[in-house]
Design a protein around this ligand. Sequence first.
Ligand SMILES: Nc1ncnc2c1ncn2[C@@H]1O[C@H](COP(=O)(O)OP(=O)(O)OP(=O)(O)O)[C@@H](O)[C@H]1O
Length: 608
Amino acid sequence: MSDVYWSVTNVILPGKPTPRLDHFSATLTSRPTAILGPSGSGKTSLLNVLAGFEQPQSGEVKPQFIKATNRLPLFWVPHTWGLWPHLTVQAQLEKVVTPPTTLHIERMLQAFDLFPLKSKYPHQLSQGEQSRVAVARALVAAPQVLLMDEPLVHVDPARAPGYWEFVREWCQSQQIALLFSTHQPEVALREAEEVLCLKEGRLLFQGSTQDLYQSPPSEELARYLGPTNWFAAEEVSIWFENPNNTIQHHRPEQLTWQSDASGPCEVEQACSLGALQEVDLHHPEDDLRRKVWLRSTNQSFIAGQRGFLKALLLLLGICLFSGCGSAEGVVLPVESTRYWMLPKDGYALPAPRAMGMSKEQNVLVLDTGGRVLIYTLDGKELRHWYMPEHDVGKPEGIIQLQDGRIAVADTHYHRVVFFNEQGDVVSMLGERGDKPGQFIYPVSITEDQNENFYVCEYGGNDRIQKFDRDGNFLLSFGGFGTADNEFQRASGITWHDGRIYAADAINNRIQVFTEEGKHLATWGSTEHPLELNYPYDIAAGPEDVFYVVEYGSGRVTKLNKQGQLLARYGSIGTGLGQFNTPWGITVDQQNNVFVADTGNRRVIQLNQ
Ligand SMILES: Nc1ncnc2c1ncn2[C@@H]1O[C@H](COP(=O)(O)OP(=O)(O)OP(=O)(O)O)[C@@H](O)[C@H]1O
């Protein structure tokens, strides 16, 4: 569930000397969302406005979640908990449910360890106990939306994760949309799919928690989710073993220290923070100093020890290139590589996500800013435009159809949007649902030679639907699962020579179908091992070859028409020849391959 729950447009909430919310706009969905920001950045103010406790001076706050049910629309847990002073703990819970559901109340008392306190009044409770009562009371009310201002912040760190686990499961089972503020990155990382980052009453970032963790647009935003090591391009050559001239961002678990008597830097001092080490480094030659945060290992840091920093590959249970596949050691014959970043979008530096090739051999890109961008083959931007809506989520599949229309799988709006070549919307197809012509999360599109097009989707409705050029539904095949003809996130499809090829990402395989949906082959099965690791997209190249991009192992895999491994290229990392969670791939008529290297925020071009 990820419907729009609130739209907030241009809200001003006055304050002295500056507004508490300053031209604040955001679209909030039913996904668990955390509001992050330094003290005084406006988190409570935003929650107050959403709860209707305060009225903005201007702008619009539009709740869209109120459904015709007898469920309470909203429950608000302020940071002062708002407990009724004259009621015992048990009565606090009983008062919010009509009629009181004894079973639920007992479950809450148990989940939050409140049984021994059930006859006490708020003034007889500690802060942590009061906050547990406040959360339990909100959950038992089972509202449609639950707003909480720094919930459970006073609870001891040993027990808070257990309470949070209960909150998460209860919200899921009762379909409660959760929005909460927090100063604790680990709570946001564990509990929130989405984050809103505030600063001085303004929205700096809205997006997926994992995107912000792995690929933050700036150092400032990176810090909203905890310690980070950000290196400007010019710093990289100072501290690293194998420098290149791109910005590098590494979370503590992605960086290591290599001691080496001839290394250019030295340890000044180190401090253990438990799971992390905070290390002060000195570069004597340039007399520069900086702090880094590394994951604590058995490694000890001794003042004066020389060495250098090394970016770690994120292995994630991955089989790296050298050990994989029957064509071990056959590397794609790449003559040259080039990369380019996408233009800034306000404060953000969006990342490319989906790739396509136009009829005139221009590169089509979708990015995390909700934009469609068109580039020449040598990386010159021709134009870009925005999706009609993109607050809820960004689209993930793009193709130019034979009649010239550009079709975009508008994943989070459950539809396909058709543009003309100038970027005007000419039509849309679909709505949320699992009936023919409806979509949950449409994610990729391909077209056959008769101008029929195929859309694959995920979200429980993992299937491929076929439409004629006018958008009339023809047939559908697939389903969620692991058997042949079933998918778990079919995230990329391509048509070639009368066949449909689907990158079945979570099942780590490619499935091949006729245009009528008859299953023909599975590449990457036990009988046909390929060691694919989250294949996210597939593109058909000239001469009957296919290129698959593997999100999990940061590489491109080339296959022949029988699905046999021809060559591989790349590994996980930030350097050239490396990829970080790549999502999309396309290929031109010269067999040059273009990859959306999403985690590194760049488009990579591999010229063969
Ligand atoms: N009732 C009020 N009237 C005027 N200004 C206020 C009021 N309440 C808070 N402020 C100011 O508005 C700004 C935002 O406050 P808010 O409480 O929303 O921040 P916050 O991000 O929740 O902070 P914290 O993390 O410290 O709780 C701060 O500068 C604060 O001093």
